[in-house]
Design a binder for this molecule. Structure first.
Ligand code: AMP
Length: 563
C-alpha cells in the first residue's frame, strides 16, 4: 500500500487510492486535516495535531508550528529537554498521519508519495525525503503540489491541448503553475510563486485595520490576548467568504472590542496583496508563452483561495471564473493519492504520465575576459534553465581562463541572478587540466542531469582525455547525512507518543487549557471542569469517560461562543 500525503505548512492530510478513487483517512478526532503542529506535554509525551495547536497558546515554549518553512535549513527548535531539526518535526507529523492510516487499514504502511511546493529547492526536497525516512517510510516520490492539484481535478482527462493554471493560496505561500495536456499527458509548463504571501497576510491586513479603527496598538495586548484577537479576526475573515459583513465583539484583556467590516472594505484592504499576486501570475504565463485568454481552466487550491476577492481577481485577469469544486483544503492530498495509485500501478491510471519542472536555474560560476583583457569573475552561467521539464540533461562546454592552468574548479549554483554571489552554492568539482595544452584543447564538457526527485548530477569531461568526473549533489548546507538520519531515527523512536485512543481526551484537555489561558473571566469554571475531567480519566472507566467527554466538549463549545 502506498499512501498519498500532503505535508502542509498549516495542515497535513493522508489518504490512498481506492477502487472508487482517492480517499482520505481521518485522524483520532475524526478530521481529515491534522494541524502541522508539534508539542511536548508535561509528562514528556509528544503531541501532534489539534492538541498541539491549542498548546501553542497555553504552552508556547513547548510547542511549534509552521516548521515546513525551515525545511532544508539546520535550524533547531528546543521543545522541553530536546532540540529538534525541522525534518524531525515533520517526521513526527508524518508518524501521526501514518498511525491514522494504519488504524484505518489495519496494516503497516511502508511507502508514500509526498507533495512539496513547486518552489521547494533541492535542499528542501531532500529534507522532506529525510523526514519520510525518520518516520520509517520510503518516500516513493515527491510530487509538486500544483501537479497534485491537477490530478485531483482529473485534468488529465481533458481534451488534447487544454491549458490550465493552478492557483494555490495557502496559509503562508502562493504558488502558480501552468499545465498543458499534450498527447494524454499533463505537462507542467511553468511555475512561479511567492514563498511569503498567503492567508496570514490577509489576516494581518484585517488586524491592522481593526487596531487602527479602535485606536489600539498590538503592544496594548499580551501575547495571549493578541492570539485571541487573531482567532476572532480569523473567524471574521472566514465569515467574510460567505457573508457580506461581519462583526466581532468581546472583552480581550481590559479592552472591550466591538468592530465591524464588510466585504468591500476587506477587498480594499487586501488590494496591495492582490497586486503582489499579479506578479507571479504574469511571470508564469510569460514563461509558458501564453496569453491569459489562452487558458482553458483556472483551478483554485489552498484554504485562502475561498475568499471571494480571489475569484474576482481571477475573473478580472483571465476573463473567466475559476474551477473550485474539489475542497481547496483537500485537493493536493487527493492528487497525492492519485499519484500514489499511479505508483501502485493501478490500471485505471496507467496512461497518465507526470511531468514536473525544475523550479530554478542551475549553472556554474564562470569568469569572462573583457575586450581590454580585464577578467570579470563570479558570473552565473546557466546550464539548466528554470521551468525546464524534468527529467532533463543538458551539456555545455567551458574553457580555462588562462594558459597553463592546472585545474578547473566548477562551482555549482542554483538561482536566478546573473551574479553567483546572489545565488545558492550547491557544491564544487575539481577537474585536473593538462597545463601543456592550449586553452582551446583544454575544453571541458559539463553535463547537468536533474531528475524527477530533484537530485542533481554534474559530470565534467575534458574533451581530450575523455576522463569523466562526477558529483551528485547531496551536500546542501543544512542537510542531514545518512549517518545523522540513522542516529536520529533511533532517538526519535524512543520518544513517547500517546496511543490514538487517548488523543480525544488529550485534545479536549488541551482545548480547555487554551481557553483558561485566554479568558480570565472563565478561569474558575474551567479550572473546575478540568479537575473533574482529570478525575474521571483516572477511573479508566471507558463508558464514563466517553459520557463525560461529550458533556465537557459541549460545555466548551457553548462557553467559546459566549466569550
Ligand atoms: P492551507 O495552508 O491551505 O491550510 O490554508 C490555510 C489558510 O486558508 C489560512 O490562512 C486560512 O485563514 C485560510 N482559509 C481557510 N478557510 C478559509 C475561508 N473560508 N475563507 C478565507 N480564508 C480561509
Amino acid at each position: 500500500m502506498i499512501v498519498g500525503i500532503d505535508l502542509g505548512t498549516t495542515h497535513s492530510l493522508i489518504g490512498y487510492y481506492s477502487e472508487e478513487g482517492p480517499k482520505l483517512f481521518r485522524n483520532a478526532l475524526g478530521d481529515t486535516l491534522t494541524p502541522s503542529v508539534v508539542s511536548v506535554a508535561d509528562d514528556g509525551h509528544m503531541l501532534v495535531g489539534a492538541a498541539a495547536q491549542d498548546r501553542l497558546i497555553s504552552h508556547p515554549q513547548a510547542s511549534v508550528a509552521a516548521f515546513k518553512r525551515w525545511m532544508g535549513t539546520a535550524r533547531e527548535t528546543q521543545l522541553g529537554p530536546r532540540v529538534f531539526r525541522p525534518e524531525e518535526l515533520s517526521a513526527l507529523v508524518l508518524r501521526s498521519l501514518l498511525a491514522d492510516a494504519e488504524a484505518a487499514l489495519g496494516e503497516k504502511v511502508r511507502e508514500a508519495v509526498i507533495s512539496v511546493p513547486a518552489y521547494f529547492s533541492d535542499a528542501q526536497r531532500k529534507a522532506t525525503r529525510a523526514a519520510g525516512e525518520l518516520a520509517g517510510i520510503r518516500v516513493e516520490r515527491l510530487i509538486n503540489e500544483p501537479t497534485a492539484a491537477a490530478l485531483a481535478y482529473g485534468l488529465q482527462e481533458r481534451k488534447e491541448g487544454s491549458r490550465f493554471l493552478i492557483f494555490d493560496l495557502g496559509g503562508g505561500t502562493f504558488d502558480v503553475s501552468v499545465l498543458e495536456m499534450f498527447e494524454g499527458v499533463v505537462e507542467v509548463h511553468a511555475s512561479a510563486g511567492d514563498n511569503y504571501l498567503g492567508g496570514e497576510d490577509f489576516l494581518d491586513a484585517l488586524q491592522t485595520a481593526c487596531l487602527g479603527d479602535l485606536k489600539l496598538r498590538g503592544d496594548d495586548f499580551s501575547p495571549v490576548e493578541r492570539g485571541l484577537l487573531r482567532r476572532k479576526l480569523e473567524l471574521a475573515k472566514r465569515t467574510l467568504s460567505q457573508q457580506l459583513e461581519v462583526r466581532i465583539e468581546g472583552l480581550i484583556g481590559k479592552h472591550d472590542i466591538a468592530w465591524h467590516i464588510d466585504q468591500e472594505r476587506f477587498a480594499h484592504l487586501a488590494d496591495p496583496l492582490l497586486q503582489r499576486m499579479r506578479m507571479p501570475l504574469e511571470r508564469a504565463l510569460r514563461d509558458a508563452h501564453l496569453r491569459p485568454e489562452q487558458l482553458d481552466e483556472i483551478v483554485l487550491v489552498g484554504g485562502a483561495s475561498r475568499m471571494p476577492l480571489i475569484s474576482r481577481l481571477i475573473a478580472r485577469m483571465f476573463g473567466k471564473l475559476p474551477l473550485r469544486h474539489v475542497n481547496p483544503d483537500e485537493a493536493i492530498a487527493f492528487g497525492a493519492c492519485v499519484a500514489a495509485g499511479l505508483k501502485s500501478r493501478n490500471a485505471k491510471l496507467d496512461e497518465v504520465i507526470l511531468t514536473d519542472v525544475c523550479p530554478y536555474t542551475l549553472g556554474i560560476d564562470v569568469s569572462q575576459r573583457g575586450e581590454q583583457g580585464h577578467v570579470q569573475h563570479g558570473i552565473f552561467s546557466p546550464v539548466i534553465q528554470r521551468n525546464s521539464v524534468v527529467p532533463i540533461s543538458r551539456e555545455s562546454s567551458y574553457y580555462p581562463i588562462s594558459e597553463r592552468q592546472t585545474k578547473l574548479t566548477l562551482q555549482i549554483y542554483q538561482g536566478e541572478n546573473p551574479m553567483v554571489e546572489n545565488n545558492i552554492k550547491l557544491g564544487e568539482l575539481d577537474i585536473p587540466l593538462n597545463p601543456t595544452l592550449s586553452i582551446q584543447q583544454n575544453e571541458v564538457m559539463v553535463r547537468f542531469t536533474y531528475d524527477i526527485n530533484g537530485v542533481l548530477q554534474v559530470e565534467a569531461t575534458p574533451k581530450i582525455s575523455g576522463f569523466r568526473h562526477e558529483i551528485v549533489l547531496q551536500q546542501n548546507p543544512g542537510m542531514l547525512s545518512d549517518d545523522d538520519i540513522r542516529t536520529r531515527l533511533a532517538a526519535l523512536s524512543e520518544l513517547k507518543i500517546h496511543p490514538r485512543s487517548k488523543q480525544e481526551n488529550i485534545a479536549l484537555l488541551a482545548r480547555a487549557e487554551r481557553l483558561f489561558e485566554e479568558h480570565l473571566s472563565a478561569r474558575d469554571v474551567l479550572q473546575q471542569w478540568i479537575t473533574h475531567f482529570r478525575q474521571i480519566l483516572e477511573t479508566q472507566d471507558h463508558r464514563l469517560i466517553q459520557e463525560h467527554r461529550q458533556n465537557f466538549s459541549g460545555a466548551l463549545d457553548s462557553l467559546e461562543t459566549q466569550l
